[in-house]
Design a protein around this ligand. Sequence first.
Ligand SMILES: [Zn+2]
Length: 281
Amino acid sequence: MKIIFSEKCLEYNMPGHPESPERVMYSHKYLKEKGYTFVEPSPCLEEDALSAHSNGLVEKVKKGDFSDFDTPALPDIYDHALLAAGAAIEAMEIAAGGESVFSLMRPPGHHATKNNLGGFCYFNNMAISVKKTLRTRNRAAIIDIDCHHGNGTEDIFLSDSRVLFISLHQSPLYPGTGLTSRENCLNYPLKPNTDVDSYLGVLEEALEKVRDHEPDIIGVSAGFDTYKNDPITNLMLDFGAYHKIGELFKELSRPLFTILEGGYDKDIPLCIESYLEGIDG
Ligand SMILES: [Zn+2]
């Protein structure tokens, strides 16, 4: 298991914001102590960002010319967004080469649509990496297990039959989308307080669709805000659940890379470790 990480992703901060540098910093420190191997990412190119986003959004982020309460125009945020997307591309390439890999970076990406940033996300890291993989591969699947609906990823890939998008998410919850499935985008809204067994049952059903799609590669948008103690959501997953999810992904027997999305409790390092052990076990 390789982990993509750069200390540069800890350099931006808005005090009091749940998407804090500490959540990733503590995860890095913990996983380093556990002996994981780390890879330093490079930023993606502007043309990579433009493969998933409009020129208007890329220019807005570059100039810091926007105002969004959750997704503030912080200094150098364009460079941070390009680096997180570059890390996602690197993860995709390592997975294609046959190794298991996790991108431990911020900002997250799955709420960034073709034209709009939002929900702590500037550029859609997953979409940018999958756009790149489709230059040389025919079929991809994206499994989004963040507690929030991956509305940005759905927006970017809706009607693209090469890509199967699966999202399990709490509903009602921000951003309020993903209530029904549309074409190649299959949504599994879950009631607040859904228990572990019910969650895993729905996931196994969704993974049958992934198998049917026969993807050349699978990207996982992993948010650990499905954790039972997460301060901004209401699902009930525990360490054992993350381990099981990792095992289920491993059983798909396809090149698979994972990108960190949300997750705001102090236990996030242990959630990530359980998931990685499931994949690598
Ligand atoms: Zn989330």
